[in-house]
Each structure stands twice: as C-alpha cells, then as structure tokens.
Design a protein around this ligand. Sequence first.
Ligand code: NAD
Length: 262
Amino acid sequence: MGCLDDKVALVTGAASGLGEATTQRFVDEGAVVIGVDLEEPSAWKGAGFHAFDVRDEPAVSAAVDAIVDEHGRLDAVVHCAGVAGGGPVHLLPLEEWERVIAVNLTGTFLVAKHALRPMVAQRSGSIVTIASIEGVQGTEGGSSYNASKGGVVLLTKNLAIDYARLGIRANCICPGFIDTPMSRAILDLPGMAQFKDRYVDEHKLGRFGRAEEIAAAALFLASEESSFVTRHALVVDGGFTGGTRAGLADALGLSFARASDL
Ligand SMILES: NC(=O)c1ccc[n+]([C@@H]2O[C@H](COP(=O)([O-])OP(=O)(O)OC[C@H]3O[C@@H](n4cnc5c(N)ncnc54)[C@H](O)[C@@H]3O)[C@@H](O)[C@H]2O)c1
C-alpha cells in the first residue's frame, strides 16, 4: 500500500531533476501520475505524459481537462518546471528578466489556476510549488530568479488562504542546492568552480541535497500525511539558511572526519 493509492497527480518539470524524482516516487506510492515537460522524458516508468510549455495557458488548461476526462479528478499537483537565471540588475536585459519570471512565477500561476478548477469542484486537493531558499532570503546575483521564487512563496501562501475553506491545501518547498542538471549547469559555468566547495560547506550537513530528498518532501505535502499543513514554506536545505559557517564548531571539536573519532 502506498501513500498515494487512488490519487491522481500532475507533476511539471517531470523530465529532469526534482520533477523526475517526484514523478517516480509518486508512481511508486500508488498514484496515477501525469508528467509535464517540454520534451518526452526517458528516465521514469509508469506515468502518463504531456509535452507543453507551462507558459502556454491553453495547453495547461487542455492538459487538466484531459486528466479529468480520463481519471475523473485531480488530487495533487507538484509544480517543478523552472529555469535558472539572474545577474546584476543594472546589466540584466529586460527579455532575460521576463523569461525567468514567465516560467517560474507565471507558470506557477497558470498551473495552479487550472489545477484549481477540478479541485474546487471536488472540494479537495493539494498544490505543492517549488520555490527556493533564494526566494526566502536572497543570495548574491540572484535578481530575477530570486524575485520569481519570492513570488512563488507568496503566491502559494495566498492560494492556501484563499482556498482552505474549499478543502484545498497549498504549500511550497524551498530547497537548498540539490544535485540536478540545473545546479550542475550553473556550477559548470566559467569561473563558478571556485564557489562550489563554499556552497557545499554552507550546507551544514556538508553536502548538496539529492532530488529524491525533495521528492520525499513533495510526497509528504501532497499526501494525507500532511492533512493539517497548509500555507507552509518548507525549507529543505541541509541547514544552508542556518547562518554562515565560520568554523567555530570545528574549533570546539564538533567536526569529526570519521565516526570512529567520536
Ligand atoms: N536544483 C536546485 O539546486 C534547486 C534549488 C532550489 C530550487 N530549485 C527549483 O526546483 C525546480 C526544478 O529544478 P531542477 O533542479 O529539477 O531543474 P532541471 O533543469 O533539472 O529540471 C527542470 C525541468 O523543467 C523543465 N522546464 C523548464 N521550463 C519549462 C517550461 N517552460 N515548461 C515546461 N517545462 C519546463 C525542463 O525541461 C526540465 O526538465 C525549479 O523550479 C528550480 O528553480 C532547484
């Protein structure tokens, strides 16, 4: 028996990274899963698939209609489709700002807007969005990405407030650095290699997260295991947002290279 037996779930960004891991985990937990991405994925098995751009409102609407026609309902959405971006504001082209906001924030709005139609009718549902720790506290050079993710946090909180009395919950996940094609592409950019060890070190657990660890958080928020949780921004960051690691813990003897040192 799985956490999502008899549930119907839509997962965007399903071809890669967090969406791919979430799709597979939801299938394994018994859900009927419909993945969405720009191109057909190859990694997971057992889910349906629609290829479209989450900025395309008629396509989002048609996909939700097709899911309801075939399965009769829509219980959960995990909206993982997103793009990286940013740069100093005074150098950022308007087109680049608009691209990031359109995919990350407007895409979240459109997916939620159309997923809500069946959810309102059935008086139940769980919407899970993916923001970022960068949308909570800001980070160097983030600009458009961080603005989009901050918008996702507040849009999700507002969905939770507005639709709670209709039995619909809305929560977002704010991941730290997770090892996916997106984060690898950023760290592979010229000049970025020098920052990788420092980013790893800022995660107090001493490593980047795994996509499966975000899928586990999405499973909790999408399922009845979180039936009294709504309007929450769940930080899943290995301690990244716990302040700068200046090294005092190491000086106090709190860092151990091996378990046998204990
Ligand atoms: N990886 C991280 O460290 C990290 C940290 C915090 C937040 N996030 C967020 O998590 C989400 C997933 O990131 P990921 O690391 O899995 O990235 P990823 O690049 O591995 O996967 C993102 C997927 O979204 C799809 N996509 C992009 N634009 C789309 C569009 N317009 N329509 C439909 N699909 C589209 C891509 O094709 C890709 O398959 C993103 O919103 C990202 O901002 C990632």
